[in-house]
Design a protein around this ligand. Sequence first.
Ligand SMILES: NC(=O)C1=CN([C@@H]2O[C@H](COP(=O)(O)OP(=O)(O)OC[C@H]3O[C@@H](n4cnc5c(N)ncnc54)[C@H](O)[C@@H]3O)[C@@H](O)[C@H]2O)C=CC1
Ligand SMILES: O=C(O)C1=N[C@H](C(=O)O)C[C@H](O)C1
Length: 249
Amino acid sequence: MTGTPIRVGVLGARGRMGAEAVRAAEAAPDMAVVAAVDAGEDLAALTGAQVVVDFTHPDAVMDNLRFLVEHDIHAVVGTTGFSSGRLAQVRGWLKDKPELGVLIAPNFALGAVLAMRFAEQAAKFYDSAEIIELHHNRKADAPSGTAAHTAQLIGKARVQAGITPGEDATTSEVDGARGAVIFDVRVHSVRLPGLVAHEEILFGGQGETLTIRHDSMDRSSFMPGVLLGVRSVLAKPGLTVGLENVLDL
Ligand SMILES: NC(=O)C1=CN([C@@H]2O[C@H](COP(=O)(O)OP(=O)(O)OC[C@H]3O[C@@H](n4cnc5c(N)ncnc54)[C@H](O)[C@@H]3O)[C@@H](O)[C@H]2O)C=CC1
Ligand SMILES: O=C(O)C1=N[C@H](C(=O)O)C[C@H](O)C1
């Protein structure tokens, strides 16, 4: 490696993803981990970092981000739970920080990002789509951030193509049986031990279906995307949502 390594901090460093991120950044020749912080520890330890990676909890991530922006530290965020209101708040914090970058990605696995892009493309050709996301049973939020983002991409693509959601004759339903509705797309969540992170996007048309499926078998699947995020956020000021915008897909 030539040049000075990127000084990286990790928030949620003792969690499943945070611990993996610490290992990945330590192994990267162009990075040095300068702080690894978990719940209850002083955020001041992060002030020596150029970029901080956050894998914490939807209830904690906004306070963390506000601290990072206030201290001019770039952020790469994998934590889920970002509503449009939360994103607007982050954009507001960044208004007076023209050189600072925040990347929020609901999924850092390359295959998951591609699956979302493919689903966005398919949405122009099918008026019926449903999502099934499957995760380990230690996950706090449902539906997954990835599924919510996928539904949004499908919903927006449909609007752009002038497509209205297809017919659904359900008139009688046990509460929840048809899933949650996000951007007019039904999203179903499965939680089971043994799973890691999986998503199926199903499209139905005349006499055919199309299924796009992605499986993360191991949390290392997210790490190339996390490292790419760390490298790119330094040169990408403002708020970027989704790794697809870094990969230029
Ligand atoms: N974007 C992506 O590719 C991925 C995102 N995730 C998301 O990342 C988040 C974390 O997931 P896991 O690592 O599985 O959870 P986890 O529960 O294993 O780890 C979270 C860690 O954050 C710590 N923490 C909580 N509040 C904190 C605070 N205020 N400051 C510092 N640390 C704090 C906890 O003590 C814990 O060690 C979730 O929102 C999950 O959905 C998970 C996998 C991939
Ligand atoms: O909690 C997880 O594990 C994951 N969370 C993210 C999400 O909610 O989409 C990304 C991935 O699915 C794993």
